[in-house]
Design a binder for this molecule. Structure first.
Ligand code: NAD
Length: 493
């Protein structure tokens, strides 16, 4: 019997109005994790009504008090870190050290966001009139709709919901269908931390039945989405027509540039972990390497040799280095691209599903390396979101930067070089939201802004000192204490 779970609406744990449910599974072995409500528009309407009701009191709760609840949630996550990491590995497959990192981001974000409760700084400025005071303050947007993917099921909701709540918003949260259990833990932790009923409402279900109604609901003022570019742009279209504020974090095709003066042993390790960590399913995963022609063949051989030794298995086993893909549809996507890649480059490692008795019930795929791929080949251009790496030869840094910037995406990039001039030129010229020097494309820290340019994002940044921007508006306030009507000012605008 699968454990049945419920939506959280207005502080009550309730089934979908329709009574319908769906199951989610452990991608390493197919075991059922739980049975969740397959909600619909009527459940979203109830969640928005609860968020609206709670909003009035929450908005007026002093920000430091709101922040204390977020801090307390962070403390609970810290105490339960190992249990949450294990639950995450079971639910979406990445290995324990990675799920511990995901939970740790939730802790870091809680402490960082809680600090904003005592800042939430506004601006005061001299008025152009005598006896008049002028200032701008941050105010909450109102109700925010938060739609998240499955690959960082604790960290991404933390980046979004923690600052949104500290800022005084209430929320309707729809997690991905592959990771409902982590969203349930997240919501329960906030409940235990003392969040008033209705401030955070959790609705499980599909993109079309729950996501679309959240996006279209007239009372939801701001949307924060992380997921694929296709879905993000569709949300943007609807939200644009309705005049809503939207934060989009979407797809990626992140490159590591390796120059001919690089430390190749270091670059090899960085490429392998950026490409095959989380089974290539990180938004910041490296899926193409732009290598100086002089070292291309040597680096390709080293990366392929290391890829072949990676131990695949259940992420709960401490010996496992790479877990399964999240579901059968991701396996099908990887298979499609590997078939394409066979005509686009030299297959040096992988290229098939991983076999063996321990793996046959899970969605395992071998770490796959294609070398000598043309920069405009499909496996070097399109997001695959799996353990497939394309290595591309470039003549110099200028060509590498050009190839990197020709991508439709712009999340993360990296350069390996010992030449400080090349490093600084790359930092300046790589058109991505994040740039690493002598480090892989992954490993963002919560106190720096996170997000991408071009097809990856729409200009907002999450976390860091920019964390409140998607969830607050500026209100300018003028106080006239002259005691008489200052006509010149009224005539201004
Ligand atoms: P996805 O776009 O399929 O789904 C993301 C979320 O949107 C899910 O909750 C899904 O149910 C919901 N959704 C689907 N259709 C919808 C619709 N029409 N309206 C509203 N909501 C809808 O993405 P995914 O498969 O969960 O995640 C993988 C993708 O996420 C990859 O493309 C990856 O690059 C991207 N990603 C980006 C970042 C980043 O920060 N840029 C971080 C993590 C993941």
């Amino acid at each position: 019997m699968a454990q049945p779970f419920l939506n959280s609406i207005g502080g009550q744990w309730v089934p979908a109005a329709s009574g319908r449910t769906f199951f989610n599974h452990n991608p390493a072995n197919g075991e059922v994790i739980g049975e969740f409500p397959a909600s619909g528009p009527e459940d979203v309407a109830a969640a928005v009504a609860a968020a609206e009701k709670a909003r009035r009191a929450w908005r007026l709760t002093p920000a430091p008090k709101r922040a204390e609840i977020v801090y307390r949630a962070g403390e609970i996550v810290r105490e339960r870190k190992e249990e949450l990491a294990r639950a995450m590995t079971r639910e979406m497959g990445k290995i324990l050290i990675e799920t511990r990192g995901d939970v740790q981001e939730g802790i870091d974000m809680a402490y960082l966001a809680a600090g904003e409760g005592r800042r939430l700084y506004g601006v005061t400025t001299p008025s152009e009139m005598p006896n008049k005071w002028a200032m701008s303050v941050r105010v909450p947007v109102g109700i925010v709709g938060v739609i998240t993917p499955w690959n960082f099921p604790f960290a991404i909701p933390s980046w979004k919901l923690m600052p949104a709540l500290v800022a005084g918003n209430t929320a309707v949260f729809k997690p991905a269908g592959d990771t409902p259990e982590m969203a349930r833990h997240f919501t329960k932790i906030f409940e235990a931390a003392g969040l008033p009923p209705g401030v955070l409402n959790l609705v499980f279900g599909s993109g079309s039945q729950v996501g679309t109604p959240i996006v279209a609901h007239p009372r939801v003022g701001a949307l924060s989405f992380t997921g694929s570019t296709e879905v993000g742009l569709a949300i943007n279209e609807v939200a644009g027509r309705l005049g809503k504020r939207v934060t989009l974090e979407m797809g990626g095709k992140n490159a590591i540039i390796v120059m001919d003066d690089a430390d190749l042993a270091l670059a090899t390790e960085a490429v392998v972990w950026s490409a095959f960590g989380t089974t290539g399913q990180r938004c910041t995963a490296c899926s193409r390497v732009l290598v100086h022609a002089r070292v291309h063949d040597e680096l390709a051989q080293r990366v392929a040799a290391r890829a072949k030794t990676l131990r695949l298995g259940d992420g709960l086993d401490p010996a496992t280095e790479m877990g399964p893909l999240v579901n059968a549809s991701q396996v099908a996507t990887v298979e499609k691209y590997v078939a394409i890649g066979r005509n686009e480059g030299a297959l040096l490692a992988g290229g098939g599903r991983a076999g063996g008795a321990a793996l046959e019930r899970g969605h395992f795929y071998q770490p796959t390396v294609f070398a000598d791929v043309k920069a405009d080949a499909r496996v070097a251009v399109e997001e695959i979101f799996g353990p497939v790496l394309a290595m591309v030869k470039v003549a110099d840094l200028e060509e590498a930067v050009e190839v990197n910037n020709a991508s439709e995406y712009g999340l993360s990039s990296s350069i390996f070089t010992r030449d400080v001039n090349r490093a600084f030129a790359a930092m300046r010229d790589l058109d991505t939201g994040i740039v690493y020097v002598n480090h892989g494309t992954t490993g963002a820290e919560t106190h720096l802004p996170f997000g991408g340019t071009r097809g990856t994002g729409n200009g907002h940044r999450e976390a860091g000192h920019t964390m409140l921007d998607p969830f607050t508006e500026w209100k300018s306030i003028y106080v006239d204490f002259s005691g008489h009507l200052q006509r010149a000012q009224i005539d201004n605008n």
